[in-house]
Design a protein around this ligand. Sequence first.
Ligand code: MV4
Length: 516
Amino acid sequence: MFSKVLVANRGEIALRVIRACQELGVKTVAVYSEADARAPHVREADEAVLVGPPPSSQSYLVGERLIEVALRTGAQAIHPGYGFLSERAWFARAVRDAGLVFIGPPAEAIDAMGSKTAARQLAISAGVPVVPGTTESVRDADEAIAIAETFGFPVLLKAAAGGGGKGMRIVRAASELADALASAKREAQNAFGDDAVYIEKYIEGPRHVEIQVLADTHGNVLHLGERECSVQRRHQKMIEEAPSVAVSPELRARMGATAVAAARAAGYVNAGTCEFLLDKDGQYYFLEMNTRIQVEHPVTELVMGLDLVQWQIRVAAGEALPFAQKDFAPRGWAMECRITSEDPSNGFLPSTGRIEYLHLPTGPGVRWDGGIESGSEVGLHYDPMLAKLIVHAPTRDLAISRMRRALRELTIDGIETSRSFHLRVMDHPDFQRGDITIQWLEQNLPALTAPATDRESIRLAAIAAALVAHEERRAGSGTATAAVMSDGSTVGHEASRSAHGPSWRDVARRESLRSL
Ligand code: MV4
């Protein structure tokens, strides 16, 4: 096993990796930007090294500097987390060339899956079902129309270098194709420096279901079942669960075998995820493979009973997986809500400021993977995801009630967050029935994001506003912002503090508990 690992990331995933290392008896080196000098991942690591100014292009993305730090501090391996350098083949290669271990797949496997057309080609040759379409980029609109007519409209234009929805265009008729192709190419060129675009049949109203795979360097490739990730907005997942209501044990076995075949074809090692579309008829299609640990890995950990990040590290150190495929069947139900610094009632506008107060949910079946604490400054330099609230319960219904309970225990004051949105989802009958597709969130935005107007919420808002006014008078500083609650449970923004006695927040918490 390694004696020291450099963690090339920040926020909740840096802490997640540090915790895994601590439990394995591995020392950690954190890296941080000037904006993160007081971040929890810096404090929790055994050592921490400043790598640059706040913009990630000058800090977390400067691969050569991170490798230099690893060599200088005596780390033997680098864990990239997700985002940043995690899926850059050149970085995986540079780490290896420096005599270090990249805790992730071989650079060749990242390359193989990085081009979406190459990944489709690979999938097809491995017998993996893909959406009807091309494995070459289209030359011009005439060729694209001819291809589209072989499987019919609507079709989807996708960037070959893409992923995550950039450079995608739905085309519903031949007459729209030329314009759509031109704009998809423009967007692809701007986003990826490559204007290659290919064409697929557009699948209407599917679910997004993905399969976790785990492979070692001894030829063992396992799948760890599915995650249902359909609740997403603009390609940003908001809620994930495992298992999926749409996946039977028989379908899980088939999709799992498919994911294993795709991973084997790519020479995959370490943790990875195969993304599928699952249509209404139970047909599934391979989309792409994410060659990293994913944000939503905890729901798989909870239902499958293993620590994926620890296994990433153990596999990277050369250990063989001691499991057989038959050891894995999901136990109970796990659900994750992404807590972001975005204001649901304001178009999910990013919210910035200081986290004045943080109260975390605890109790049975609750897990918090976070990167924030009271006093954290939330800015605009990095991703708005602050933390993940994850629950595990015997059934899906019980997981939903547990999530609702945990969300109500959570208080984050000082910035707006996605908390109230998640409560709305938990209360929505479509979600409770599991009747959701990748379009569901965006089709139901008003109901999921409008400010609350019921009597109880307004009464609570009035109580909180009165308490804020009281606190302002007592502190003698009239700078507090209004504490109008949109969801009946947040009690506003603290702008003044008192060293003595209960704060208005404590009083508000008691009052709101009484009136709910
Ligand atoms: C699709 C599709 C429908 N039909 N391909 C979105 C990003 C990239 N991973 C592929 N994506 C899609 N590809 C065909 N042929 C719909 C999507 C899609 C989607 C997929 C997964 C999760 C969320 C999504 C949201 C919108 C569109």
